[in-house]
Design a protein around this ligand. Structure first.
Ligand code: TRP
Length: 336
């Protein structure tokens, strides 16, 4: 690999991809991976999944679904490195090296951990009730993901910015103690990428149970879109696109011209049912082709497995020599 900008991000394998993931993360990432000035690393964070999910079938199924999604949507795996975190043996090893330089006090300040403690205190429980070392150490594992490949740029949601700050802090401590081994990574929070509203108007998110799964078959996709909440304005009444979830979703998929045509239709009193029909057609046209590829991949998990293993092989061409360097640096060395 050349001295290019390295962009890296991970996807936790606990859920089923939905339209919000697609618009907010997957689509921009696949587009960015085509930039010749960057080397991109995308991986399935299945070790992270274990922190949130105790259902083994769910972790496996989600890994398959997310991998098949990225492949079906056209991620070019000859250009970017696409792998499963748990295939990279060097990551848990690096996690330990980093754990040994990470201040416990730093981890005490992590939002996710603090929120769990606060919930316990509020419920009158022991502050540590139900909190695993996995949750507590989550940011160290994430730092290892990033530092393992010396990523410069890490596209993430706002909720992950603190984890990036922690990764920088951990990298600095390691560099200070053992020499300059790590690049300090930067979070890239894209303010322009739409956060899609869900069927109830709040941000589309698994935790609100308001998502539209990305790979619904056509009929079900149409049904789900028809359920997006609107107000009770009648056909013929002029409507305000900026307050309407259906418009926000439409805008995320539409071209500029389609958007201005739709805004005009709102002003002219288009019926909600008609907006939804057009929204369905727009989304379906974009997903039709990938959906077929997705189905084929889901039905051939071995093909997905092969892709991931090839990705891991390429990733390990970087991580193997790097971990050897790091072991040497900390004094884990052959004797004599
Ligand atoms: N914690 C991230 C999330 O929940 C997923 C993740 C794991 C990640 N390792 C990463 C993201 C490394 C970026 C870089 O979204």
């Amino acid at each position: 690999m050349s001295k290019q900008q390295r962009v890296l991000t991970g996807i936790t394998t606990t859920g089923t991809p939905h339209l919000g993931n697609y618009v907010g993360a997957i689509k921009p990432a696949i587009a960015a991976s085509r930039d010749p000035k960057t080397d991109s690393f995308y991986f399935l964070a299945d070790y992270h999944a274990l922190v949130k999910c105790e259902d083994p079938e769910r972790v496996q199924q989600s890994t398959l679904e997310i991998a098949a999604t990225w492949l079906a949507l056209g991620l070019d795996t000859s250009r970017s490195i696409f792998y499963r975190q748990s295939d990279i043996d060097e990551i848990p090893e690096l996690t330990w090296l980093l754990t040994c330089v990470t201040a416990k006090g730093l981890m005490n300040r992590a939002h996710a951990y603090k929120a769990a403690v606060d919930d316990n205190v509020e419920a009158g429980e022991d502050p540590d009730w139900g909190i695993t070392m996995g949750l507590f150490s989550y940011p160290v594992l994430m730092a290892a993901d990033i530092l393992m490949f010396n990523a410069h740029t890490v596209p993430v949601g706002k909720d992950q910015v603190q984890h990036l700050e922690m990764a920088r802090d951990i990298a600095q401590r390691f560099n200070h103690r053992y020499g300059e081994h790590f690049v300090l990574p930067n979070a890239q929070v894209d303010e322009h990428v739409a956060t899609l509203p869900g069927t109830d108007g709040r941000k589309m998110s698994k935790s609100y149970d308001n998502t539209i799964p990305l790979w619904l078959p056509e009929k079900k996709l149409r049904k789900a879109i028809m359920k997006i909440k609107t107000n009770s304005q009648e056909p013929g009444e002029p409507k305000d696109p900026d307050g309407a979830s259906v418009y926000a979703v439409y805008a995320a998929f539409a071209s500029e011209q389609q958007r201005s045509e739709m805004r005009r239709a709102f002003a002219e009193g288009i019926a909600w049912g008609e907006v939804k029909q057009q929204l369905f057609e727009l989304i379906n046209a974009e997903l039709e082709g990938p959906r077929e590829r997705y189905e084929a991949l889901i039905n051939d998990p071995l093909q997905v497995e092969r892709e991931l293993r090839q990705g891991a092989e390429r990733a390990r061409e970087i991580s193997r020599p790097f971990i050897a360097e790091l072991r040497e640096a900390v004094g884990i060395r052959a004797l004599g």
